[in-house]
Design a binder for this molecule. Structure first.
Ligand SMILES: [Zn+2]
Length: 93
């Protein structure tokens, strides 16, 4: 299932998803994810509270779409800037 970058938006906040390179060594069997990098995303914002409450961790997660399977998931992050270095293509459509 091919998913075109730029036509996919986050179901939580409506932001356009950005193409993000899966780190080498990660267990996902796809080369890229489409990730919501909006710091206003409620999924991301609520994640800070949830991780603090559940694990006493300063961390959160962002919504991701696996373009190979079309399945939505999440990736853990530990700061607003974490994982941004792996954005390979801004979702300008
Ligand atoms: Zn979002």
């Amino acid at each position: 299932m091919a998913v075109a970058v730029g036509k996919n938006v986050c179901p939580h906040c409506g932001s356009r998803l950005q193409k993000w390179r899966v780190p080498s060594g990660a267990t996902w069997n796809t080369e890229f994810f489409l990730v919501c990098f909006s710091d206003q995303c409620p999924y991301y914002r609520n994640g800070w509270t949830w991780m603090k409450a559940q694990f006493n961790q300063h961390a959160s997660y962002r919504y991701v779409l696996n373009p190979t399977t079309g399945v939505g998931s999440m990736i853990p992050v530990w700061s607003d800037d974490a994982t941004r270095e792996l954005i390979v293509e801004a979702g300008d459509g």
